[in-house]
Design a protein around this ligand. Structure first.
Ligand code: SF4
Length: 82
């Protein structure tokens, strides 16, 4: 995320950290722990759910909104079925 993304993204902790951590499987749990303290977690979770609903599972990568890809793939599949 960059400052150009929007108002809430400027407070995103991932934008102030090493972005590789959110996409490196060996760092997933560390990234998720940072997400859990992120001041914009609620906004991120809302946008993530909207973005990923119905998305092909293979395209759901990295940590987002404190969730690992597997959890988001299940959520996206459920959103599609609803
Ligand atoms: S919750 Fe995680 S992925 Fe979302 S903006 Fe915050 S640090 Fe980034």
């Amino acid at each position: 995320m960059t400052a150009a993304d929007g108002p809430w993204q400027t407070a995103a902790l991932c934008a102030q950290s090493d972005p590789e951590m959110w996409f490196s499987e060996t760092d997933y749990y560390r990234a998720a722990a940072i997400c859990r303290t992120c001041p914009v977690l609620a906004e991120c979770a809302e946008e993530t759910a909207r973005d990923e609903a119905g998305r092909v599972p293979a395209y759901i990568q990295g940590v987002r909104a404190g969730l690992l890809p597997g959890a988001r793939r299940r959520a996206a599949a459920t959103a599609t079925a609803a």
